[in-house]
Design a protein around this ligand. Structure first.
Ligand SMILES: Nc1nc2c(ncn2[C@@H]2O[C@H](COP(=O)(O)OP(=O)(O)OP(=O)(O)O)[C@@H](O)[C@H]2O)c(=O)[nH]1
Length: 353
């Protein structure tokens, strides 16, 4: 390792503290296990405040028992400086625990911030589209293929904030496309909250593209589709899902047909693509446009009262207020998802207007 000048060695299996300790002495570089690597990836990909906190929480909790064991090792063997940790004292464990409880408190208020992120995007007239699926399904390749083939929307704001999000103009509709962390098989239970939090983008979406590697064995695909639906289902009811069957270049037409006979019932709104060969992009974009929530315009008035003002603030969260005049009543020219416009109309009816 020293000769190869590795800066980090990653072990597939979980390592005990003693193993970590001894291997790092031999290799002279940082040693991490699979779970620490997963946490590093989650940390890079966490975009909402809640997900950043969840990932940090999982990392700290993973570290506490190690901190304790390392302190006793260092004390016994007087080998300070292990893993670059310097003077490793009991205070470190106390510090970890303090940070854990602070994050637990912060998490409670973070939920609200993320809801307002969604509102902010809708207010700018964007529909939110997320890529979901297991690692290696080809999400990132597909994401790049669509972005390459599409016109980027004028609004660069989101794109510059998050590298895995692009603002696109799809058939005259503005959409924010977001690539997410891939699902991982056999995720340990203590990582599930952190993992799910990296999916926050998906849970805030108007449309989900579930990407599947169709060249895998049908039983593998079925099992992955089933787990994906389970993971998403409790929080995305009513949100349309497009099943993107990727890597069609690896199959003959007859093989593809046979695969679909087995998995078709688990694959709503299927579209066949090869992200690598950029095949099926037109069909996929058409399917996305078809499922994007419709937006419409509406002009109406609200009572100029406290209640009217609170409806107005909700309107600002959900869509674009083109004009607002405060007279005896508040008169508004408004554009939003049709679902929201219908709710305004229902509100008017209820008030007998
Ligand atoms: N033959 C073929 N290979 C593809 C296609 N799309 C992606 N791949 C390959 O599949 C592998 C995984 O692709 P990624 O785009 O990194 O997959 P991902 O789902 O983003 O994976 P994670 O980032 O790990 O979640 C890469 O080697 C790609 O080159 C395709 O349409 N056909």
């Amino acid at each position: 390792m020293r000769m190869k000048r590795a800066s980090k060695v990653i072990f597939y299996n979980r390592l005990s503290t003693i193993q970590l300790f001894n291997i790092s002495e031999i290799c002279g570089c940082q040693i991490i296990d699979k779970f620490q690597l997963i946490l590093e990836i989650f940390a890079k990909r966490a975009t909402t405040r809640r997900s950043k906190l969840q990932v940090e929480l999982a990392r700290l909790r993973y570290e506490v028992p190690r901190a304790r064991a390392i302190v006793s090792l260092v004390k016994k063997e007087e080998r300070a400086g292990f893993m670059g940790l310097g003077d490793y004292e009991d205070a470190y464990e106390q510090d970890l625990k303090k940070r854990i409880s602070r994050i637990e408190n912060e998490l409670e208020s973070a939920e609200k911030d993320d809801e307002s992120l969604r509102a902010f995007r809708h207010r700018k007239g964007f529909s939110l589209v997320s890529f979901a699926g297991y690692t290696n399904a080809g999400k990132s390749t597909l994401f790049n293929a669509i972005v390459d083939e599409s016109v980027e929307a004028q609004d660069k704001l989101f794109t510059t904030l998050v590298p895995t999000t692009r603002a696109l103009d799809l058939g005259g509709r503005k959409a924010l496309l977001t690539d997410t962390v891939g699902f991982i098989e056999e995720l340990p239970h203590w990582l599930v909250d952190a993992f799910k939090s990296t999916l926050d983008e998906i849970f805030l979406s108007d449309l989900i593209l579930l990407v599947v590697d169709v060249s895998e064995k049908p039983e593998t695909i079925l099992q992955k589709l089933s787990t994906s639906h389970d993971t998403l289902w409790d929080r995305i009811q009513g949100v349309p899902v497009i099943t993107v069957l990727n890597k069609t270049d690896l199959l003959e037409a007859s093989e593809l047909e046979a695969a679909m006979e087995e998995i078709g019932y688990m694959a709503p709104n299927p579209v066949f693509v090869s992200a690598k060969e950029k095949l099926g992009m037109k069909e996929l974009k058409a399917e996305i446009i078809k499922h994007l929530p419709a937006w419409s315009s509406y002009s109406f008035t609200l009572p100029n009262s406290e209640k009217g003002m609170s409806v107005l603030s909700w309107l600002y969260d959900e869509g674009i207020v083109h004009r607002v005049d405060y007279g005896e009543r508040i008169s508004v020219d408004y554009e939003a998802r049709t679902e929201i416009i219908n709710r305004i109309k229902a509100l008017e009816l209820n008030q007998g207007e």
